[in-house]
Structure formats: C-alpha cells, structure tokens
Ligand binder design. Structure first.
Ligand SMILES: [Ca+2]
Ligand SMILES: [Ca+2]
Ligand SMILES: [Ca+2]
Ligand SMILES: [Ca+2]
Length: 459
C-alpha cells in the first residue's frame, strides 16, 4: 500500500481490480526475467510494483496532488530519481516508466537539500506531483513519452527521510585513465591509416550516466596507443562537453553533431582505412524478456528477415533530442564512408540489432547482447560489462584492479578481435549473450570462428 496516494483510497472493488491488474502486469514483467540477477530490492511477489498509481495514462490528473513514494535515490547531472529495482541503474536501456519517478525540490530548498547526499540510499519522500522542468527531459519526452515527465516535488526538508542507511547503489566515480594505464598514456609517434568514431548520447540529464564517459575515455586512450592519430578520432558525446578534459569532445550527440563527425572522418577515409566505431549509452528495441518495446517501428521493413519479423528498428539515443537515432540511419552513414575494414564495438541494450544493418565485407561487429536483450554495466558501475572485458582483453590489464589478463590465445603477441570476443564470452558475468559477426551474413553468433576475418583483425 505504500505507494498509494495519501492512503486516502478506500479498499473498494475498483481498487481490487486495479491491484489484480498491476499484480498480473508485475508477474508478466518479472517472470520473464528468469535469467536476471536476483536483487534484494526486487519487490516481493504479489505486492503492487512501481509508481503506477502516479505514472499511468491519466498521470496529468495527478498534478498538484500530494503523494508519498519510496525508492532508491540516484542522481545524475543534478536530476534525482527514485528506482524500485537497483538493477535498473545498471541497464543500458530505458527503465519501465512505472519503475522510476523523478524527484525535484522547490527552489527555497536549493541550499539545504542536496540529493547527492542521498545517492544510492532507500528513501521515503512526500511531495507534489508536477511536470519535470529540466529542458533535456522535456525534449526527450517527445521521444519516450509524456509519462516520463512525472515528478514528485519536495517542498519541505522533513519530507525526505532515509529509511535504510545502507548504500544500495554506489556512485561510480569518473576514472583517471592515465593513473590506471600510465603505459598507454604515452602515445606512439607513428600514425596509421586508422579513423575512429566514439559515440555516446545519453537521452537526457537523468539517463546520461558517467560510466559512458569512462568507456569513451578509456577507448580513446587505447586507440591513441594503437596508432590512431589524434586528428582522425572524433568523439561525439552528450551535449558536446566532456565530464573532464582528459580527452577531447568534438561534437554534441545530436543529428547535426553525428552528421558532422561522419563528414569529418570521410575526409580522412580511403579504401585502405581501418574504421573503428564505438557505440555507447542506451538502446531501445523489441524485448523478448517481458520489457515493453522501446524500439522504433520498422517502416521500411528492412529489419525483418529470415525468422525475425519484429517490425522494429533498434534505436541508439541522441542527447536532448526528439529525433530517434535508428540502426538504419547509422548504417547509411557508415556505408557512406569508403573504408577498407571496420571494427564496431556496440554496447547499448538491443545491440545485436545492428548486426544485420551494419553487415558488410571486412567488418567485425561485436555487440554486448542480442537484438532482443537488455545489457548491463559492470557491477562497479564504472564501465559497461561488455566494454570492461573488451578493454581488459585488448590492453592485457584489468581496467579496475590492474591485474594482468591474457586474451592472446595463439600467443602471437597481439590480441585479435576474435580473441577479444572469446575473452569477453568467457568472462561476461551479466545475463547477456554478446554477439559477433565477421562473415558478412548479418547473423550474430556466440561462437566466433577462429579462422574468420576477425581472427586477423586488430585495433
Ligand atoms: Ca528499418
Ligand atoms: Ca529488429
Ligand atoms: Ca536492426
Ligand atoms: Ca593473438
């Protein structure tokens, strides 16, 4: 009952049906997550899940009304939200709307209430339902739904209480690459015919987690170490500004910025060029595990093939944009580059959904999961799970502990993309199945070939 408005609602027949309906929805959502890591913050079966008493199709009728809500508070770029399930913080996809709600405060509390101090703790909050005023959340609501604007606004300091002092979610710090990897921070003087595009959008202030910045910084540094010239790497990130100055950010993650990045790289790309692509942040798609579909309707039908007819193009979000970034669009931009070979490392949820779109000769495509699967960050929240193991494989060093790892299966002194994927497959500890494609059939596999193109492809 704790998420019910003011406890005023009487236990009438309508409420019983509503409860029954929400329990059913809850069973559908959670029962399909059979391979999910158990979380001590998952609701016990039978209890009403989430904030559906506030966040429903009539949520605007709730504006101005007072509610009491509980959840784990997380804060990103100054925007706080409550989560029902801590796992949602580590997923690189959209959170079910009923499983999170934004928290804000009246301006008179600006100096006395700092949400960061509550990070990762379970809190109880009383406040008024309002529409979120953050510009990026307003803009992204045009893409992900009006319901995403629902916010509980606190007007009194006594209306936020910590109900569990334990930190359930640790705030992951931004890493300093050269402290962890001093040996790769001295870049070689040789310059190769290699170009790279590193991308992370982040949707809006609340979804743009710092781990994407960690991923991009480490990837950038590794590429420089591998001889990718500074002027041939373009970083497209969030609003065009990095979280620190360790690597440059060249463009904002919107359609204009992405187009400009591709145009720029096109000037440096020829038929002998190696093109590296990292896609990061959230993804949307058709889910086979009970979550609502967050992809884009496949209007041209090109995503349906063979046994797959999901009518869904996967999307990989911009920042502060109401335009969807689809796999179709990315494939068009990639195919305009006249490179000789490509390595694509694709982290977001539903990442396997790019394999069909990105297919082509001399291309290695490595994804964190299948077309129908959410994928996770590392348990530390510092990197993606998939990217964490990729970094370990190609540097020979664990990116957190510094421990030596060896992914060089054939002991030739270098780690091919085939070897990197084998390392990832052996070590990925999340409920996700990384996929691999290097034979131009557009079909991902969990069993990479030891004699395929990727076995002789290196960063
Ligand atoms: Ca399509
Ligand atoms: Ca699809
Ligand atoms: Ca697709
Ligand atoms: Ca090797």
């Amino acid at each position: 009952m704790k998420y019910l408005k003011n406890n005023k609602q009487s236990f009438n027949l309508g409420f019983m049906f509503k409860t029954l309906f929400m329990v059913l929805i809850g069973i559908i959502i959670f029962s399909c997550d059979t391979d999910d890591t158990p979380s001590e913050e998952n609701n016990p079966p039978g209890e009403i899940t989430g904030y559906s008493n506030i966040k429903n199709t009539q949520w605007r009728d709730n504006i101005g009304q007072e509610f009491e809500v509980e959840g784990i508070l997380v804060e990103e770029n100054g925007i706080a939200k409550l989560l029902i399930d801590k796992n949602d913080y580590y997923i690189d996809g959209l959170i079910n709307e009923i499983n999170y709600i934004y928290i804000d405060k009246v301006s008179s509390l600006d100096n006395s209430l700092n949400f960061a101090e509550y990070f990762g703790k379970k809190v109880k909050i009383k406040g008024t339902c309002e529409e979120n005023e953050d510009n990026t959340i307003q803009v992204s609501s045009q893409l992900i739904g009006d319901i995403s604007l629902a916010t509980i606004v606190i007007s009194d300091l006594t209306n936020i209480q910590i109900i569990n002092p334990n930190i359930i979610i640790q705030r992951p710090p931004i890493i300093s690459i050269c402290q962890i990897y001093p040996q790769i921070c001295e870049f070689p003087v040789f310059q190769n015919n290699k170009t790279a595009l590193l991308y992370s959008g982040g949707i809006n202030s609340s979804y743009a987690y710092k781990r994407y910045w960690n991923d991009l910084k480490l990837m950038y540094t590794i590429l420089r170490d591998k001889g990718y010239p500074e002027n041939k790497i373009r970083v497209v990130y969030k609003n065009g500004v990095g979280e620190d100055n360790e690597i440059p950010v060249h463009y904002a993650a919107n359609q204009t910025g992405l187009d400009e990045a591709f145009s720029y790289l096109n000037e440096y790309t020829n038929s002998a060029t190696k093109f590296f692509l990292m896609m990061n942040n959230h993804g949307g798609g058709k889910d086979n595990f009970g979550r609502p579909s967050t992809g884009v309707f496949d209007a041209d039908g090109d995503d349906n093939r063979g046994s797959i007819s999901d009518n869904t193009d996967e999307q990989y979000f911009y920042y502060n944009s109401s335009t969807a970034l689809t796999d179709d669009y990315l494939a068009t931009k990639i195919n305009e580059l006249g490179f000789g070979s490509m390595i694509a490392v694709v982290k977001p949820c539903y990442s396997g959904g790019v394999i069909w779109d990105f297919r082509g000769p001399n291309r290695v495509i490595m994804t964190s999961g299948t077309e129908f699967q959410v994928t996770y960050s590392h348990t530390s929240g510092l990197y993606g799970e998939f990217t964490y193991h990729f970094f370990a494989a190609v540097t020979g060093q664990d990116p957190i502990t510094g421990a030596t790892v060896n992914a060089d299966l054939n002991s030739d002194g270098q780690v091919s993309m085939y070897e990197a994927q084998k390392y990832i497959l052996a070590n990925d500890a999340r409920p996700e199945q990384p996929q691999y494609e290097d034979d131009n059939d557009g079909v991902g596999t969990s069993s990479p070939s030891a004699s395929g193109f990727g076995a002789t492809t290196f960063l």
